[in-house]
Design a protein around this ligand. Structure first.
Ligand code: NAD
Length: 330
């Protein structure tokens, strides 16, 4: 490892903020960038070089990658289903970030490049049933990804491959399946189901109005990966020889109704459920097939959903009760 300089883009966001902490603890020198002003970063690590910078601009990407050995490109304009179903063009414009950070990394002789892809690259026809068959890596083709966001992710996966094949830039790609945990978005419209459900349950409990709105009929199924498992997987994939995009997700499947049951249990409350069938809800069912990552890297999630949700609930509860400005986290 030596004294390598690592760039993390999107470091003011959820996963980026945690990744910077992990890399510093491993002894790397870290340059952290995000388009948001520093005071809005979810976490700021004083031992990193923290820069506000727009990675969709080639000149800024060039400056950010100067002298850098390793890049983790996490920056993207993204959110949960409520955001990506209503901001397709914005999601696709993240292609400017991907393109310019890759180009700048190539020009500046970066040795290794990580890209955070998504389970949203998978063919929608394979996700119509709540009783899912878990998605294997080859299920991304024939291509029918999530409109907008998923197309950009699939395109950038492909671009990483061709930068590796044609330009010799070593690239590694993980397909994240729903990541959750403390220091993530929990309000404002970009939050994902685990944080949104925690927030809604806390708000219902505090207000005394014991109802909860659920998007869809609650039967839709998903798996959720705790942030610590995600970071362990990212570091393992980055240091591996795996050149193709690989699943990084939990395979503990739950329905949204079961997730609400779990959060109600953590909160010690029962709420009346109102199902909003017109709200964005994504595919009917999705799970991660972890055969490949187990075989290649021996990776499997350590944190059970219940344990991770307890930690996430406690953190969101603290934020809300202490009156922290939720705008910091959206
Ligand atoms: P996040 O929104 O918390 O973090 C992304 C960060 O990128 C934000 O802080 C944002 O300000 C920054 N950003 C946006 N445009 C930028 C630009 N032009 N220049 C610099 N920074 C910019 O999201 P996250 O959950 O931490 O996700 C990190 C990565 O992982 C993203 O690429 C996302 O698509 C991918 N991913 C996340 C999940 C998940 O469940 N969280 C699932 C699949 C894939």
């Amino acid at each position: 490892m030596g004294n390598e300089l690592v760039l993390v883009t999107g470091a003011g966001g959820f996963i980026g903020g945690h990744l910077v902490g992990r890399l510093l603890s491993e002894g790397f020198r870290v340059r952290a960038t995000d388009i948001k002003p520093l005071e809005r970063w979810y976490q700021q690590h004083p031992d990193a070089e923290n820069l506000q910078s727009d990675m969709s601009l080639l000149d800024e990407a060039r400056k950010a990658t100067k002298g850098v050995d390793i890049v983790y490109n996490l920056a993207a304009d993204m959110g949960g289903m409520g955001f990506i179903e209503t901001h397709k063009a914005a999601c696709m414009l993240s292609v400017l970030i991907s393109t310019h950070v890759l180009l700048a990394a190539k020009e500046n002789g970066v040795k290794r490049f990580f890209y955070s892809s998504s389970a949203c690259v998978y063919n929608g026809d394979k996700q119509k049933d709540e009783n899912v068959t878990a998605l294997k890596e080859e299920d991304a083709y024939p291509a029918l990804p999530e409109d907008g966001y998923g197309w950009e992710k699939l395109f950038t996966e492909r671009m990483c491959r061709h930068f590796r094949e044609d330009f010799g830039l070593t690239t590694r790609v993980a397909r994240f399946h729903n990541v959750y945990g403390p220091h993530g978005t929990y309000a404002g419209g970009r939050e994902k189901a685990p944080a949104a459900i925690c927030r809604k349950v806390i708000e219902s409990k505090m207000s005394g109005d014991h109802t909860i709105e659920i998007w869809g009929n609650g039967h839709q199924t998903r798996s959720f990966m705790y942030i610590d498992d995600c970071l362990k997987g990212v570091r393992s994939i980055m240091d591996s020889n795996i050149e193709y995009p690989i699943n990084l997700g939990s395979d503990e499947l739950v329905s949204i109704n079961q997730l609400v049951d779990m959060v109600e249990d953590i909160a010690g409350i029962k709420l009346k459920r109102c199902y909003n069938l017109a709200a964005p809800k994504g595919v009917n069912g999705r799970n991660s097939d972890n055969t490949l990552i187990k075989k290649e890297l021996g990776w499997a999630p350590d944190i059970r959903l219940r344990d991770g949700m307890e930690r996430t609930y406690a953190w969101i509860h603290d934020q809300i009760v202490s009156g922290k400005n939720p705008d910091q986290y959206n």
